[in-house]
Write a protein that binds this ligand. Structure first.
Ligand SMILES: [Zn+2]
Ligand SMILES: [Zn+2]
Length: 378
């Protein structure tokens, strides 16, 4: 290698300012790479050397830690930190390009067969189904590889030939007039779409596209504890990619229908239980709904409006496998309305007996307000 022992300043090599952004550095390197690409520079013996220098500069400046080290201590600092850029090990400049651009050209052209797009589908569950988990069938439109031609677009038994339009390169050169004169730009061939090869006789099932839309039905397991708006990803169940490329993913959006009996708060459920005022005063038992059906709940004597009785573990299961949430039963103490004469008389007699002692509580004004407001919110 004929490189001088002192490497050049990477900012100078890429032609960027010292405060250049990540984006500017990337852009400068790509522009330089475009200039030095062997296809463009077949006659310049120095192109390879120059490209290696640009690649080394990019390696340093595209890594924030390395860049900071270089900024403070220069090349010496990078070397003493154990970083020694060296691309001499690459067999050819073509390999180097592959290393940097993943086998695709830096011209923004074809980068190998494109993988399939993601597909999406929505499912709706009841709260009870969300609690137990469910297996649901989803149906969606997906682009699939054509079975008839196995995705190559040719009618079986007919040849696939080199594209005449681009001569098999998959690219066309387009001349564009600019203020600086004519520029050659490469574009993807519109006949073979970059493949370089076309079917002599296009497949009759997919008309040569190699893929076609089909309705697909799938059973999806929805885990217990799923919440409204969560998505499940099924990898490889999306649209087919180009021949040789992987399929996209399927996203299942889960909608959980509202249940008029419960409000969900994380893994907890909240329900309001109507408690007749006399029962709240005397204490007793009432039935409250749960996801597993009605259960008896103890209403303590002297229960006040908005007080909460917690049924442990009667909420939703946790997706993470932690313990179940709770069911919080809010005591909605109902004062009787539309009294009969007899009831009116009974309550009047009760009212005459009420003393300070009956109304006394240990709660502060603040605690009382908080309880009643919470009762309202639920
Ligand atoms: Zn086909
Ligand atoms: Zn072509």
């Amino acid at each position: 290698m004929s490189r001088t022992s002192t490497p050049r300043d990477p900012y100078e090599v890429l032609g960027v300012q010292r405060d250049a952004s990540e984006q500017q550095i990337k852009k400068a390197f790509r522009a330089l790479a475009r200039e030095l690409h062997p296809d463009v520079n077949a006659h310049d013996p120095q192109a390879e050397e120059k490209f290696k220098e640009a690649a080394e500069a990019y390696e340093i400046l595209s890594d924030s830690e390395r860049r900071a080290t270089y900024d403070r201590y220069g090349h010496e600092g990078l070397r003493s930190g154990g970083y020694a850029p060296n691309f001499d090990g690459f067999g050819s400049i073509g390999d180097l390009f592959d290393a940097f651009f993943g086998g695709s050209s830096p011209f923004g052209g074809r980068g190998g067969p494109a993988s399939g797009d993601d597909a999406a589908v929505a499912v709706e569950l009841d709260l009870a189904e969300a609690a137990t988990g469910a297996r649901v069938e989803v149906s969606y439109e997906a682009i699939e590889r054509c079975e008839h031609c196995h995705g190559n677009g040719a009618e079986p038994g007919t040849p696939i030939e080199t594209c005449e339009r681009c001569g098999g390169s998959g690219q066309l050169q387009a001349l564009t007039r600019t203020p600086f004169g004519q520029m050659v730009r490469r574009v993807v061939c519109d006949t073979c779409h970059g493949d370089g090869r076309v079917a002599a006789q296009p497949c009759r099932e997919c008309r040569g596209r190699g893929r076609k839309a089909a309705r697909r039905t799938l059973e999806v397991d929805i885990p217990a504890g799923i919440a409204d708006g969560q998505r499940i990803r099924l990898s490889g169940r999306g649209h087919a990619g180009e021949a040789g490329a992987p399929e996209g993913d399927l996203y299942v959006l889960v909608r959980v229908r509202e249940d008029e009996r419960f409000v969900r708060e994380g893994a907890d459920l909240i329900t309001a239980l109507d408690v007749p005022a006399p029962l709240a005063a005397l204490g007793g038992t009432l039935q409250t709904p749960t996801l597993d059906g009605a259960v008896l709940v103890e209403v303590p004597a002297g229960t006040q409006p908005g007080e909460i009785v917690t049924l442990r573990g009667r909420g939703m299961p946790s997706l993470q496998g932690a313990r179940n949430g709770d069911l919080r039963v809010v005591m909605n103490v109902v004062v009787p309305r539309r009294l009969s004469d007899e009831q009116r008389e009974l309550i009047a007699r009760l009212q005459e007996t009420i003393t300070e002692e009956n109304l006394r509580s240990d709660e502060s004004m603040f605690a009382k307000l908080r309880r009643t407001l919470r009762g309202h919110a639920a």
